[in-house]
Design a protein around this ligand. Structure first.
Ligand code: ZN
Length: 296
């Protein structure tokens, strides 16, 4: 395929993935990725059985899949870059050749983080920026600029800080949202609104807090619609350790339109809707810590 045609196709694919993910709440189901069609062509965006998708007529790789284990996944390293091991077999042919070609041509690819069975968080565009044959791995970055920074194993401090910041914004936060939304069956824990595009993952102990740590894990998260997320962050709305919603006194006394009345005041005293799986439910100690902030 002509490289210009292939590039245009990649742009169209990424636009579609972005739109679908946004509508769902930041993720796509395996069926959506396998069933993708463009024009009259079937073009699955992930491979049926392997963690790499190399369409036969593409010069370079279209997507790779990484499997999440806990807060971080199998390809992420603590330098903020992705260390992607060579595919089995000859390092110079097949899948490995197409990854190397992505590095040479600078074509963007999609990383699909598989958070739980059948659900994928897209991270894109990502770029193959380096190749270490002696370690049998490619280095994948979240910004094309890393292609031009020399040996990425030896980055200057500002570039390292940038890589870590990007990883947090574009890998860890989206992955946290996916895990939390799926745990809550894509519903707001306060009002049960079911539109993924209107839902966020809120931290119970805020991101960046040291003690207790504000980790991006499901027991430190709540799926909340945009308005309840903002109200929670502003301590207008609280969640007690026994999973009750509370609205602060000032807001309860206020008189205003239907959003205040139905959207906030009527939530006072409601039971929180929690995940079916016990391990995904909000941690009561963290809720108690945060409740102290609200009630205080
Ligand atoms: Zn809500």
């Amino acid at each position: 395929m002509d490289l210009a045609v292939e590039s245009a196709l990649r742009v169209a694919i990424m636009d579609w993935v972005r739109e679908r993910a946004e509508a769902n709440g930041g993720f796509l189901h395996r069926h959506e990725l396998l069933g993708y069609r463009i024009g009259d062509r079937d073009l699955p965006l992930i491979d049926y059985s392997r963690g790499i998708r190399n369409p036969a007529d593409f010069s370079s790789t279209l997507s790779i899949v990484s499997v999440a284990n806990g807060p971080y996944d199998d390809v992420e390293a603590d330098d903020g870059l992705l260390h992607y091991a060579y595919r089995k077999g000859d390092p110079w042919t097949g899948d490995n050749r197409k990854l190397r070609e992505a590095m040479t041509s600078g074509q963007p690819l999609i990383l699909f983080r598989k958070e739980v069975a059948n659900y994928y968080t897209p991270v894109m565009p990502v770029y193959v920026v380096d190749d270490y044959p002696e370690e049998r791995s490619f280095i994948i970055a979240l910004d094309e600029a890393f292609r031009f920074m020399g040996d990425v194993r030896d980055l200057a401090e500002p570039q390292r800080a940038y890589a870590l910041r990007l990883a947090k914004q574009r890998l860890h936060q989206p992955a946290f949202r996916t895990r939390v939304l799926l745990a809550y069956d894509t519903r707001c824990a306060v009002c049960t609104l079911r539109h993924g595009s209107l839902l966020d993952a809120a931290h119970i102990v805020p991101d960046g807090n040291d003690d207790p740590p504000g980790l991006p894990t499901t027991p430190n998260g709540l799926a909340l619609c945009k308005i309840h997320h903002a109200a929670y962050d502003q301590n207008m709305l609280g969640v007690s350790p026994d999973y009750r919603v509370a609205i602060n006194r000032e807001l309860l006394d206020e008189v205003d339109g239907p959003m205040l009345r139905h959207g906030l005041q009527e939530m006072h005293g409601r039971a929180l809707t929690v995940p079916a799986r016990g391990a995904d439910r909000p941690d009561r100690e963290r809720l108690a810590w945060r409740w102290g902030r609200f009630a205080g």
